[in-house]
Design a protein around this ligand. Structure first.
Ligand code: NDP
Length: 397
């Protein structure tokens, strides 16, 4: 089946990025076919996606969910085979039939299957920034060793990729690139009085002014940890030092990022804030295809604003730069502490304005060491979750 098409595995198919990816797939049945779809808990949504896209495999975390999905698919005459657990995620990400893998599982859970896709030499469409933050050096090493093609999905990194010179090799040398300007909307609390941040609820934090996203990344955008993670991601993707990556607040989210050159040129990528643009760009690269995105109307936008980030309001940004400077396992510690703090906030167990303190204290508590192996990265991740969990219990809601 699907001869002549590019077969895709969508890790995290039921999430915001997964749904946008399947929308692009559905617009181009002549170009793309679906090999596998994976989800964590959303069985009903995965069932509907299997009926619509007829993948060879679907993957769920729990066996009771997988059995239930399998029997519903069998009854509906859909011959998708349902697999179970994290080993199956890595299998469908690295199977020989697969051409490209959309890595869109949220958080550290995405690391192993994304790495499996990289090791297998796939075209890796990287949305899961946490994988690169946790294990940047190891990840980039696997990509280079296998010849995998790594294409960024994060709108900022995709914009930078588009604005860099053709054939750009990681690093600044000889390319004429002086720095990259990573734009950030500033999230929903850019103007909110600092003393009222303590009262922010999960619903308020998840109501992003420009983008519709999953809950974790929405909170990350509200604290600006998302931008911090993106600084680390940019460092690994493009080989730039921390001082070559500058964050610029741009509330309209129309310029998705820029590259500054030695001759004074600044090249920007613009578009309506819709993740289908970077997704379609990476899926069709180096060609361009319709993504279903409304054309940009500059007269409607009328103005573009820029501000410096406010570090008192957004301490998470400086924490991310600190982790990048420290290197080794520090970014993995930062990421794990952030996942614990954000999860606790979403569960009502931690105040919004205490998220940065949990991350800072976790970084202080764990002695930095090299991230020479995946085992060391996971050990740091586990320790950081323990420390951050203790800090959350101490601080309370
Ligand atoms: P969502 O929360 O919307 O979706 C996450 C997906 O991952 C779902 O399919 C979910 O399954 C699955 N998942 C969650 N936990 C696990 C687990 N432990 N094991 C296996 N699968 C799991 O997230 P987003 O789509 O918003 O984001 C996905 C990634 O893309 C994140 O890393 C984010 O930072 C990045 N990203 C997102 C952008 C956006 O606009 N949304 C922009 C740029 C990057 P289920 O639905 O069953 O729970």
């Amino acid at each position: 089946m699907n001869h002549g098409k590019n077969l895709i595995t969508v890790l995290g198919a039921t999430g915001s990025i997964g749904v946008s990816t399947l929308d692009v797939v559905a617009r181009h049945p002549d170009l793309f076919g679906v090999f596998a779809l994976t989800a964590h808990r959303q069985v009903d949504k995965l069932f509907e996606q299997c009926l619509a896209h007829r993948p060879a495999y679907a993957v769920l975390e729990r066996s009771e969910d997988a059995l239930s999905l399998q029997s519903r698919l069998d009854s509906a005459g859909c011959c998708t085979e349902v697999l179970i657990g994290s080993a199956a995620l890595a299998e469908v990400a690295s199977a020989p039939e697969v051409d490209m893998v959309m890595a869109a599982i949220v958080g550290a859970a995405g690391l192993v299957p994304t790495l499996a896709a990289a090791r297998a030499g796939k075209r890796v469409l990287l949305a899961n920034k946490e994988a690169l933050v946790m294990s940047g050096a190891l990840f980039m090493h696997e990509v280079a060793a296998s010849g995998a093609v790594l294409l960024p999905i994060d709108s900022e990194h995709n914009a930078i990729f588009q604005a860099l010179p053709a054939g750009f090799q990681r690093g600044l040398h000889d390319s004429g690139v002086t720095r990259i300007l990573l734009t950030a909307s500033g999230g929903p609390f850019r103007r909110m009085p600092l003393e009222t941040l303590a009262e922010v609820t999960p619903e308020m934090a998840c109501a992003h002014p420009n983008w519709v996203m999953g809950r974790k990344i929405s909170v990350d955008s509200a604290t600006m940890m998302n931008k911090g993670l993106e600084v680390i991601e940019a460092h690994w993707l493009f080989g730039l030092p921390a001082n070559g990556i500058e964050v610029v607040i741009h509330p309209q989210s129309v310029i998705h990022s820029m590259v500054s050159y030695a001759d004074g040129s600044v090249i920007a990528q613009l578009g309506n804030p819709d993740m289908r643009t970077p997704i379609a760009h990476a899926m069709a690269y180096p060609h361009r295809i319709d993504a279903g995105v409304r054309a940009l109307d500059l007269f409607e936008i009328a103005r573009l604003d820029f501000e410096r980030p406010d570090h008192d309001r957004f301490p998470c940004l400086a924490l991310a730069y600190r982790a990048l400077e420290e290197g080794g396992v520090a970014p993995a510690v930062l990421n794990a502490a952030n996942e614990v703090a954000v999860g606790s906030f979403l569960d009502g167990a931690l105040r919004f304005d205490r998220i940065p303190a949990v991350i800072a204290d976790t970084l202080d508590a764990i002695t930095p060491r090299a991230a020479d192996s995946l085992e060391l990265v996971f050990e740091a991740d586990r320790k950081a979750r323990e420390v951050a969990g203790g800090l959350v219990r101490g601080l309370g809601a």
